[in-house]
Design a protein around this ligand. Structure first.
Ligand code: HGY
Ligand code: MN
Ligand code: MN
Ligand code: MN
Length: 393
């Protein structure tokens, strides 16, 4: 699969961060593939790519098949990619079979879904849905200080269309589950009914740098020690609200990060998720109280950078997926997504749902991520049937 070679890592994964040269390379490839099967490609000013196959009725808003081509630094070959490639495969199949649809069909690559380089995740589908302003998104910077806007211009993908001014009549996304449920229950299709709520925070803890050898323990202001207590608290809060709550500290930067200097400052991130936003609110309050205790005499600051409420998907779209799985005799079950997806935002502006297929061991955001070929094919078949059923409605 061509896309798996662009950014391939020695351990068999992909490192193709948003708006890097590798992202540009895969975008160029994707656009060329879509043009080759008769699509017109438009790009908006957040770099979202829309590859449209005309329908009999150009007055109808397109039925979209969307996902993302950017990956985590230690990402896999399936997260996001199968959703875009399944869309491309459907464009090819319709083209080669000469099948006409009433509405246009449009395959979308949403920019910066992962949020690993430019936080938060789903930044561009968020602007599309009106959750963020373009100006705020443009100013988001990665850990080297590069802004989203500069990186977007750097790969030449700031398109002419205003992000959000692009009506869709429906949006479907095929994605691996990124968790263990489908595999555990021997199901091939996840009928995704919604996405859980998620909140991201950035925390800075300020202590005092000092000599590791000459600074007595009682006089230290060790920012990393306080951070360690805070990380324990994040974990404890998630456990209190288990099994539905999850809490993760994924990024920690200790400064000056020198083995013989008492850490003077630490920057770290918190990712809380839960299907019920009221519980997320409680977790946030508990976090503030815990951090005040954990920090002791050290100063700290907490900034909420993302608050993405839980979302339920469109009933008619979910029914189309359920009916397609049943018609194909595929073992399926309803599921709420633990992972965030562009569909969570697109659902605010168009009837939307998702189709999950299993991934081995439920593993994702890991270079060992894998999925059975026949499961991905089954998911793409459900996707095609769901799109055609929606077109006939
Ligand atoms: O964070 C997420 O859930 C998504 O994979 N970006
Ligand atoms: Mn994804
Ligand atoms: Mn992901
Ligand atoms: Mn996603």
């Amino acid at each position: 699969m061509q896309t798996a070679r662009i950014g391939a890592t020695p351990k068999g994964g992909i490192c193709r961060l948003a708006l890097t040269e590798l992202d540009r390379e895969v975008r160029d490839w994707f656009c060329a593939q879509c043009v080759a099967v008769g699509c017109t490609v438009t790009i908006d000013d957040m770099g979202n790519i829309f590859a449209r196959r005309p329908g009999r009725n150009p007055a109808l808003a397109p039925i979209a098949i969307g996902s993302h081509l950017d990956t985590q630094p230690t990402g896999g070959k399936y997260d996001g990619v199968i959703g875009v490639l399944a869309g491309l495969e459907i464009l090819r199949a319709l083209h080669e079979s000469g099948t006409d649809t009433e509405a246009p069909i449009e395959v979308i690559d949403w920019t910066n879904e992962e949020g690993s380089r430019f936080a938060p995740a789903m930044l561009s589908s968020g602007v599309f849905a009106g959750a963020f302003t373009r100006e705020w998104a443009y100013g988001r910077a990665d850990r080297t200080g590069d802004t989203f806007e500069a990186a977007l211009d750097g790969i030449g993908y700031r398109g002419p269309e205003r992000c959000g001014a692009h009506p869709l009549s429906a949006h479907f996304e095929l994605h691996i589950e990124q968790g263990p449920i489908l595999e555990d229950e021997d199901r091939i299709i996840g009928i995704v009914t919604g996405v859980q709520g998620m909140r991201w925070y950035e925390v800075t803890v300020d202590g005092q740098e000092g000599h590791a050898g000459a600074t007595p323990m009682r006089l230290r202001q060790d920012a990393l020690l306080a951070t360690a207590r805070m990380i324990q608290s994040v974990n404890a809060i998630a456990l209190v609200h288990a099994p539905d709550a999850v809490g993760t500290v994924g990024l920690v930067e200790s400064r000056p990060n020198s083995r013989n200097v008492v850490p003077g400052q630490v920057f770290f991130t918190v990712d809380f998720r839960h299907p019920d936003d009221a519980v997320l609110e409680a977790m946030e309050q508990e976090m503030h109280a815990a951090f005040a205790r954990d920090a002791g005499a050290l100063a700290f600051a907490v900034t909420q950078v993302w608050n993405n409420p839980a979302v339920m998907f469109d009933g008619a779209c979910v029914d189309a997926v359920r009916d397609a799985a049943a018609a194909l005799g595929l073992p399926a079950r309803e599921i709420i997504s633990g992972a965030g997806h562009d569909s969570a935002y697109v659902a605010r502006v168009a009837p939307t749902t998702m189709i999950f297929v299993p991934c081995a061991g439920g593993l994702s955001h890991n270079e060992a991520e894998s999925a059975e070929r026949h499961h991905v094919v089954a998911g793409a078949s459900v996707l095609l049937r769901s799109v055609l059923a929606t077109d006939r409605r």
